[in-house]
Design a protein around this ligand. Structure first.
Ligand SMILES: Cc1cc2nc3c(=O)[nH]c(=O)nc-3n(C[C@H](O)[C@H](O)[C@H](O)COP(=O)(O)OP(=O)(O)OC[C@H]3O[C@@H](n4cnc5c(N)ncnc54)[C@H](O)[C@@H]3O)c2cc1C
Length: 380
């Protein structure tokens, strides 16, 4: 029997990026990849645009799991969600079988918590976190004219912008005073809100949906805490994602509220088990390392050369045609935002207590200075 493989749990962006990085470095080492569903590759970040543009789900598949298996020379276990990890036996437990591993990489991603609401139609609120959700939503969208969008996250803004551009009536409802309020300061947030409103999105901020009931003709009546009553053909939620930690926690691996705890080499609290991507809580020095950088470093580590991910961040560019915005979220350190707004755009800079630049948000024409601020950023 050959050596136990490196097993990757999760066939999303992080899982496949790690598989590619491993294969580039070692042509023969056995690699297994567990896919909870079909394991097909698609661009998750393109889903909001695809929905607005009415793209069919099948058009979004870039490669099937079978193609990836052949290309990379790995074993992909489709429709095989991991149920638990038997650390003593070094095995991942599936529904009816077990898979041994030499080393394990958790790439479980994040889930979208469904909002807790009253009303007879509360359970019919849709979310999109994978291609099959998109397929369902795409199907349901036929005949729909009006939507209520719960949440003001990055995907929520992108969905709202693309849907109004395609002629839908969209109302966005969120308790925060402006979109992305957990990540960006006031002036930048207000500018984003104003631009989305100008594009046609009705912004119902400082309010929250509390109840959803069926309307006679198959639509919905949505009630908010602030006393508004909205009519819509569809209710769709794009909440802030929550790292998937249950599998790790149940195995006794340490987790926190931001994800599975890892070292700056992506090692969890259990030897031989690593985590990367949206399920991992990256420590301060590498808090903004990209998924690509995490996968490159972890591939080297798994193959015997412990390596820290390149900590250099890649700023997030919002796919909101109504509002050009680049976002470099600061780490969780004490500090202050300073904002400068003019007709051209908003520049918001986050400095820590020592006066070092740790994050920024650029809006409108100010996005042109992205590289200048990136060069001034203190990372560790
Ligand atoms: C609509 C939308 C738009 C987005 N737009 C952007 C954007 O523009 N820019 C950006 O940077 N980010 C964007 N994101 C976030 C980005 O998609 C995530 O950061 C990225 O997908 C994280 O990659 P991941 O591999 O960690 O997680 P995922 O890509 O979510 O992959 C996790 C995989 O693990 C699988 N899995 C979970 N549990 C198990 C289990 N027990 N067993 C086996 N498999 C399991 C899941 O099925 C999934 O396939 C967006 C997200 C959404 C939902």
């Amino acid at each position: 029997m050959g050596a136990a493989p490196i097993l990757i749990v999760g066939a999303g962006i992080a899982g496949y990026t790690l598989a590619r990085a491993l294969r580039r470095r070692d042509a023969t080492i056995p690699i297994g990849l567990l896919a909870a569903h079909d394991g097909d590759v698609y661009p998750k970040s393109a889903l909001p645009y695809a929905m607005g543009a009415n793209r069919r789900p099948v058009e979004l598949v870039q490669a099937t799991a079978r193609m990836m298996q052949d290309r990379l020379g790995i074993t992909i276990h489709q429709h095989s969600p991991a149920h638990s990890i038997d650390i003593g036996a070094s095995e991942v437990v599936l529904k009816t079988s077990r898979l041994p591993f030499g080393q394990l990489a958790l790439a479980l991603g994040a889930e979208l918590p469904k909002p807790r609401l009253a009303g007879d139609a509360a359970s019919r609120v849709l979310t999109v976190n994978r291609l099959s959700d998109y397929a369902y939503l795409h199907h349901q969208l036929q005949g729909v004219r009006s939507l209520v969008l719960i949440g003001a996250s990055v995907p929520a803004c992108e969905f709202a912008n693309d849907l109004v551009s395609s002629g839908y009536t969209v109302t966005m409802v969120d308790p925060a005073p402006y979109p992305l309020a957990d990540r960006i300061p006031t002036l930048a947030g207000q500018r984003l809100m104003a631009r989305l409103a100008h594009a046609g999105v009705r912004m119902l901020m400082d309010d929250r949906v509390v109840q959803i009931d069926s309307r006679g003709d198959s639509g919905f009546v949505i009630r908010t805490a602030g006393g508004s009553e909205l009519d819509a053909d569809m209710v769709f939620a794009a909440p802030i994602p929550r790292a998937r930690t249950e599998l790790a926690a149940a195995a006794g691996i340490k987790v926190g509220k931001d994800g599975i705890r890892v070292s700056d080499r992506l090692l969890t609290s259990t030897s031989g088990i690593y985590a990367l991507g949206a399920c991992a809580a990256l420590p301060g020095p590498i808090h903004a390392a990209s998924v690509d950088a995490q996968a490159e470093a972890l591939a080297a580590t798994l193959l015997g050369t412990p390596t820290r991910p390149d900590p250099r961040p890649i700023p997030l560019r919002l796919n909101t045609p109504a509002c050009a915005m680049v976002l470099m979220a600061p780490p969780h350190v004490p500090g202050e935002w300073h904002e400068n707004a003019n007709k051209r755009g908003v520049t918001a800079l986050f400095h820590d207590m020592r006066g070092q630049l740790r994050g920024f948000v650029l809006e409108g024409g100010a996005v042109d200075s992205r590289d200048r601020w990136l060069a001034k950023l203190t990372i560790a």
